[in-house]
Ligand binder design. Structure first.
Ligand code: SF4
Length: 308
């Protein structure tokens, strides 16, 4: 049973929706703390006002194995993002605003359509800046029969205050852990304190849902799934991140070490990012995970580039 049903049946979900909505005034939905009044239509760093913006939704078969199963993960891609990664592969959505504003009723209808298609979960992609809006939609969707677990699929720069509102609502957290170094985070995603905030984010998520659990078919039902995109020239700080996960989260963490980096968007302006990942760099990242004692790894896709 999806976690949110218990809150809904006890009548406490409405309080959470209200608490989340309050964050929009003097916006501190995420740790950027822009302090703009989104209820009045103002926008901050995420360029999103009162309504969520959606670029697309549908079953997705390219996500992590425990989310995809036979029928796919029910993704809803939110437009805009609170991070500004210079190498973003979806920058037209995350930074150029491709998408359509949706009212809560429409967002609820999307969730229900994904459930009707047989998807195993509702996978909210880049949800950080629209938590209030998605909770408003969730209330409507539950009343119309939504029962699938929610996947909170974020860039990992989330506010602990907002995450506490989601406690008992989200079943599966899937944050990125992008960087270990503040200077790199500032240069590549325009956010200096990413490493410290990200670690607090992942700790809170793990505190709420624990290690990833799957059912007899291997489908995720609850827990934490961490993503780490390996960047060229060790820019992602992989060793520190692996050690943090193993020592401060859990050695039983489910981890997707992502090897698909290729230069996109403004990456060519940063010489260290201006090439694909090398095979040797991926192997090194996998070895660092192994050394740290992390063995629950999602399937790793091979990279083509080799060092000369
Ligand atoms: S959600 Fe958007 S407006 Fe609010 S603090 Fe974060 S970036 Fe700023």
């Amino acid at each position: 049973m999806a976690a949110y049903l218990e809150l809904h049946y006890s009548g406490r979900l409405a309080e959470r929706v209200e608490a989340a909505r309050d964050l929009l005034q003097n916006c501190h939905v995420c740790p950027r703390y822009c302090a703009v009044d989104r209820l009045a239509g103002e926008t901050g760093k995420c360029h999103t006002a009162r309504l969520a913006v959606v670029s697309s939704y549908g079953p997705h078969f390219g996500e992590e194995a425990p989310l995809v199963g036979k029928h796919g993960s029910g993704t809803v891609f939110f437009t805009n993002c609170n991070l500004k990664c210079v190498f973003c592969q979806n920058y037209s959505i995350s930074q150029l605003g491709d998408g359509t504003e949706v009212h809560k009723e429409e967002l609820a209808r999307m969730m229900l359509a994904l459930q009707a298609r047989g998807c195993h979960n509702i996978n909210l992609v880049s949800p950080t800046h629209v938590v209030p809006q998605l909770l408003e939609a969730l209330e409507i969707a539950i009343n119309q029969g939504l029962r699938l677990p929610l996947v909170y699929n974020s860039g990992g720069y989330d506010s602990v205050e907002t995450l506490k509102i989601l406690d008992g609502i989200v079943d599966i957290y899937m944050p990125d852990m992008k960087y270990s170094d503040e200077k790199v985070a500032e240069e590549l995603s325009d956010i200096k304190n990413y490493p410290s905030v990200n670690r607090a984010t992942v700790k809170e998520m793990h505190h709420q849902v624990g290690d990833l659990q799957t059912n007899e078919d291997g489908i995720a039902i609850r827990g934490l799934l961490i993503r780490h995109l390996v960047l060229p020239n060790e820019l992602a700080g992989t060793e520190d991140t692996m050690n943090f996960i193993a020592q401060e989260i859990s050695q039983n963490s489910y981890l997707n070490i992502m090897a698909q980096y290729r230069p996109c968007h403004k990456a060519f302006q940063t010489p260290q990012l201006a090439r694909p990942l090398l095979r040797e760099e991926l192997l090194e990242a996998l070895e660092l995970a192994r050394k740290a004692g992390l063995s629950r790894l999602d399937k790793v896709y091979p990279v083509i580039a080799r060092a000369f």
